[in-house]
Design a protein around this ligand. Structure first.
Ligand SMILES: Cc1cc2nc3c(=O)[nH]c(=O)nc-3n(C[C@H](O)[C@H](O)[C@H](O)COP(=O)(O)O)c2cc1C
Length: 158
């Protein structure tokens, strides 16, 4: 869409993405890859809104691997967008047994183990998000772009 022609929903979403300090990228595993819906959303907005901010990868599946193969693809994808994934990831196998229909963790003995598991990834995300935000206030990342402003060939090796 040309800037002024985008539907209101997309403009509001772009504002939300721009305002965020970091991202939790949640995806089921489809054919060992990330959700096409999430890929489409990320492709639509592109790197300018996401870059220089960290992300955390969270995957789930109905089976036993918890979407780990999708997560590996997401690392490359998110790195290219410029929102670098933190090292810890969250994978939820048999998601239908872990969460209730309203998205809350099912009560039980394993609940606190899940919270501990999540907190490692989210702790890293928060640390990097705060660090990136503070440094962005010191150095505007866009000011570093000397080339690659108009043509992708501008970032080719000489
Ligand atoms: C087209 C399709 C491909 C799938 N591929 C995988 C897969 O590669 N690995 C896996 O663990 N589960 C796979 N699944 C199962 C999904 O992980 C499971 O259906 C999950 O609930 C999808 O999340 P959603 O219900 O939020 O869309 C696939 C499901 C569909 C419909």
């Amino acid at each position: 869409y040309a800037k002024s022609n985008a539907p209101t929903e997309l403009t509001l979403l772009a504002d939300k993405i721009k305002a965020a300090d970091g991202y939790i990228m949640i995806s089921p595993e489809y054919n060992h890859s990330m959700s096409p819906a999430l890929a489409d959303l990320l492709n639509h907005f592109g790197s300018s809104l996401f870059s220089y901010k960290p992300s955390a990868i969270v995957t789930y599946s109905a089976g036993q691997w918890g979407g780990v193969r999708a997560a590996i693809c997401m690392r490359t994808f998110l790195s290219e967008l410029g929102c670098l994934p933190v090292s810890a990831m969250i994978h939820v196998p048999k998601a239908q047994d872990v969460f209730s229909e309203d998205g809350k963790p099912v009560a039980g003995e394993s609940q606190s183990s899940w919270f501990n598991y999540f907190s490692r990834t989210f702790g890293q995300l928060i640390w990097w998000a705060q660090a990136a935000k503070e440094h962005t206030e010191v150095v505007d990342p866009q000011s570093l772009l000397k080339s690659f402003k108009t043509d992708p060939s501008q970032r080719n090796a000489p």
